[in-house]
Design a protein around this ligand. Structure first.
Ligand code: BV8
Length: 231
């Protein structure tokens, strides 16, 4: 059966979760205004001071358990879009929160990992993880004490699911970029990859670093502009 709509790839960033109460990174009140990437979001930082890195992610993981932090209208609109076109919509998120999944999105790739997962440096197992991690936490599978790290992609590490993402970018006819500043690669480079064969639309509070590369730009809060665009 010929699909009635071209495949849609939706790239999201921290801006889509802002109205759910989670901080962005590069806004004036963002995370990187409070702490340096080099101190908490690189493999070198973890090797140098694992307790500090665990503390940074423990606080963000705990925030996801705050009853006030729930999917917002933008997350819900994307889940509804997928329900309408189940085989055609794919969300590629830079976010490590769980709000797209909790909104009901199923075809979802978290390219920077997930706060709700830990990974063992010794046996490489990845596992769901809700509690705080520390340098003394043993791996439940290989019992290696202090072997667990957040299953998050740090700067200098290879993002996850890149083969699937590149395939989807090559096949898509519509590329939406929502709530991202376009600073971090390779995600920031996706629009340049698709602009020759897909309609590209930026939905963001303000123009991103890559705004000029998009066919269209819609600016405003995600909870207003995403449901309006999707409907
Ligand atoms: C890699 C997990 C190579 C951590 C993150 C060129 C090509 C490839 C790499 C590079 C390159 N140039 C430089 C690099 C290196 C680096 C990079 O891009 N550096 C930047 C700073 C220049 N990239 C990497 O290191 C990547 N790895 O390339 O590996 C490799 C190859 C082979 C083998 C091994 C290695 C890995 C990058 C991933 C790093 N991890 N996250 C964590 O979350 O703690 S990235 C980090 O930035 C965040 O996690 C976030 O996911 C990401 C992007 O930020 P945004 O989501 O865009 O958030 P931001 O605050 O910036 O913007 C928010 C936007 O929302 C704003 O525009 C704002 O206006 C808007 N907004 C706000 N409120 C609202 C809103 N919009 C709508 N509604 C609202 N209400």
């Amino acid at each position: 059966m010929t699909p009635l709509v071209d495949p849609i790839v939706v790239l999201t960033g921290a801006g889509i979760s802002r109205e759910s109460g989670l901080s962005t990174f590069r806004d004036p009140d963002g995370i990187w205004a409070q702490v340096r990437i080099e101190d908490v979001a690189t493999p070198e930082a973890f090797a140098r001071d694992p307790a500090r890195v665990h503390g940074f992610y423990n606080a963000r993981r705990a925030q996801l358990r705050d009853p006030a932090v729930v999917p917002n209208a933008a997350h819900l609109a994307l889940a509804e879009l997928e329900r309408r076109w189940p085989a055609e919509v794919l969300i590629v998120t830079q976010n490590v929160d769980d709000l797209h999944a909790r909104a009901g999105s199923v075809r979802l790739l978290q390219m920077h990992g997930a706060l709700g997962r830990a990974r063992c440096l010794r046996c490489a197992a990845a596992m769901p993880w809700e509690e705080d991690l520390s340098t003394a936490t043993p791996c439940p599978l290989c019992a290696e004490a202090g072997g667990l790290r957040p299953d998050i992609v740090w700067f200098g590490e290879m993002p996850m699911h890149m083969d699937a993402i590149e395939t989807a970018l090559g096949d898509c006819g519509l590329f939406l970029s929502i709530g991202t500043s376009g600073h971090v690669y390779p995600a920031a480079g996706f629009v340049a990859e698709v602009r020759g064969h897909a309609r590209t639309v930026e939905l963001n509070l303000e123009p991103s670093q890559g705004s000029a590369l998009f066919d269209e730009a819609i600016h405003g809060p995600a909870t207003a502009i995403v449901p309006a665009f999707v409907d």
